[in-house]
Design a protein around this ligand. Structure first.
Ligand code: ATP
Length: 214
């Protein structure tokens, strides 16, 4: 009998910057027992957010994720999307990870706010057919949104089914009201972000003078 494949959640995002919400949620998802690792994938060129004038460079965002994950054995980061040219499409990222790591079973992890816009993602139908999703609840985004966004799915509690596609699961997580938008705003107003981002990330933001002009 072959050994069970390691279950890895691909956690894509802009991480502009990474915050305690991202970190605590990833740990909470692992604690729930169904996944073995969370792989953070900072977007190189985010398809929707690349024109934001407060978007830190891909290198800075990657570096902040690396600092935040120091000492965490089950939270990993990859620069996969930084090494690719053009917009960082999740569909391409998932395909590459699956092809390069046949020993791993991949899941795609995202927040409910991101899931609400899934039908506008590049190749969204192929993506939903390629990888099982894990969708985290998020304050201000009603949990019922999943039923509305994916009417073709049948639903049993937190599990969503559609013929020919892997299952989608909704994960109820602790409500973190923190967002990267709020953190950037606070920094631009000269207000502290203590406790909202890891200390090393706060120091990096300060040293590099990030987000001072929004
Ligand atoms: P911004 O405020 O700039 O939109 P963000 O805080 O949503 O940023 P992203 O880098 O866009 O951070 O998020 C990466 C992923 O983490 C997305 O799937 C997003 O839905 C999820 N996420 C971020 N913060 C939370 C939160 N507080 N609760 C649940 N999911 C979250």
């Amino acid at each position: 009998m072959s050994a069970a494949r390691e279950k890895t959640a691909i956690f894509g995002g802009t991480f502009n910057p990474i915050h305690m919400g991202h970190l605590c949620l990833a740990l909470e998802v692992l604690e729930k027992g169904d996944l073995d690792r969370v792989l953070f994938v900072p977007a190189g060129v985010p398809p929707w957010k690349s024109s934001n004038k407060d978007l830190a460079s891909a290198e800075d965002r990657f570096h902040m994720v690396s600092l935040a994950l120091e000492g965490e054995t089950d939270l990993l980061v990859t620069d996969l999307e930084l090494r690719r040219k053009g917009p960082s499409y999740t569909l391409d990222t998932v395909r590459i990870l699956q092809q390069e790591n046949p020993d791993k079973e991949f899941f795609f992890l995202l927040g409910m706010d991101a899931m609400a816009g899934i039908r506008s993602w590049y190749g969204w139908e192929e993506l939903l057919a390629l990888v099982p999703f894990r969708v985290m609840t998020r304050p201000d985004t009603p949990p019922g949104i999943l039923e509305r966004v994916l009417p073709e799915y049948g639903c049993e509690g937190n599990r969503f089914f559609c013929s020919g596609r892997p299952e989608i699961r909704r994960i109820s997580v602790s409500p973190f009201t923190v967002s990267a938008t709020e953190i950037r705003r606070r920094i631009s107003e000269g207000r502290p972000v203590t406790g909202l981002v890891p200390d090393k990330v706060a120091a990096y933001i300060r040293d590099r003078g990030l987000y001072t002009h929004v």
